[in-house]
Design a protein around this ligand. Structure first.
Ligand code: UDP
Length: 350
């Protein structure tokens, strides 16, 4: 009997997480994966490059849905995903993270009584102004299997009354980093292209709506980054939303090397040689740790509290780094996707 798993992806971090698990699914007999790309991210350097570099199979469906308000985008996705699930009748729907695609997938499948598995469940910022926080909460409450990276996530779910189907498996992004790192070191030429040298630069990413929507906050952040970049330049692959916000406000940052978003190979090569990382990205905070580079988080809270506790990360307006910097065992050993697949198989064959 073949197990048919539908996977929803739509945004850059989901391609990276799904890449790790897709590889595992593809290597396993008796599993068919049906990838549904909602189209939330669609530029080549925000989408296609990740499929190519991570060897993710071409999606069976591309809904080409992007832009518009949250409600409009989620509603259009919901309608289309429901039609596909009706046609495909998968045994399970796999969702990742906290985007509108995650939310639409969770709602569509759970209403059709298709079991939902949520990878990166239980994350909480406790800031309900973030669209991601609302998406996560709903997705978790709709899910039958909840794959958590850390014990903090397990605790967060417990506090909301969710204890069934919860598994701590480590972090799939660690799997992804281990997979790409040696290829990045061997094949990426980004340092040469940018004329920068090992440990002679920092890396920054910034894209959260809470930072880009406010001209005052964006200006303050750019000034902070400029001050941090006096000794060494900061390479800043600019997310399309941030590019639009910088243009909107006429901001021309100094000492920051603004470049287009890069692929996963180049991003990992940049991280491997960086002196520091500045970011508001959830993924980058962990990836900085995976490369053992100190990270400053450009937000007023983080879901990845263990990176702060271990001293690898700090909030830009929060207390300084703490020492020593121990390893964080909770992110696992790089076998999160294998553990997830085993749980899915035992759930569906029970
Ligand atoms: N990333 C990338 N190229 C870039 C910027 C980010 O490959 O130019 C990767 C990065 O490795 C990270 C992922 O994109 O894992 C995170 O995506 P994003 O910051 O958009 O989302 P978040 O992690 O905040 O959900």
């Amino acid at each position: 009997m073949t197990i048919r798993i539908a996977t929803i992806v739509g945004a850059r971090p989901q391609f990276i997480k799904a890449g790790a698990l897709s590889r595992q699914l593809g290597m396993t007999d008796g599993i068919e994966e049906i990838i549904i790309h909602t189209g939330q991210h669609f530029d080549d350097n925000m989408s296609a490059i990740f499929f190519k570099e991570l060897g993710i199979p071409t999606p069976a469906y591309n809904l080409d849905i992007h832009g518009g308000g949250h409600g409009e985008m989620t509603g259009r996705m919901l309608e289309k995903i429901e039609q596909i699930l009706l046609k495909e009748q998968p045994d399970m729907l796999l969702i990742y993270g906290d985007t509108n695609s995650t939310l639409a997938g969770a709602l569509a499948a759970s209403k059709m009584h298709i079991p939902v598995a949520h990878v990166e469940a239980g994350l909480r910022s406790f800031n309900r102004k973030m669209p991601e926080e609302l998406n996560r909460i709903v997705a978790d409450h709709m899910s039958d299997l909840l794959f958590c990276s850390t014990s903090t996530s397990i605790e967060n779910l417990k506090n909301e009354g969710i204890t069934s189907g919860v598994c701590q498996v480590g972090d799939v992004m660690y799997d992804a980093t281990l997979h790409i790192k040696s290829q990045a070191m061997a094949n990426s030429t980004i340092l040469e292209q940018l004329k920068i040298t090992e440990h002679g630069y920092n890396v920054c990413t910034l894209h959260r709506a809470e930072n880009t929507d406010s001209p005052e906050l964006l200006k303050e952040l750019i000034e902070f980054l400029e001050a941090q970049s006096q000794a060494a330049p900061t390479v800043f692959p600019v997310h399309p939303r941030t590019r639009a916000a910088l243009n909107r406000d006429g901001l021309v940052p100094k000492n920051l090397m603004l470049i287009d978003p890069v692929g996963y190979l180049d991003l990992n090569r940049l991280l491997a040689g960086a002196s520091a990382v500045f970011t508001d990205s959830g993924g980058l905070q962990k990836e900085a740790y995976f490369h053992r580079v100190p990270c400053v988080t450009l937000r007023s809270e983080t879901e990845w509290v263990e990176t702060i506790e271990a001293g690898w990360n700090r909030l830009w307006k929060g207390p300084d780094f703490v020492t020593p910097k121990p390893d964080i065992s909770e992110y696992g050993t790089g076998n999160a996707s294998k553990l997830i697949l085993e749980e899915i198989q035992s759930f569906l064959t029970a």
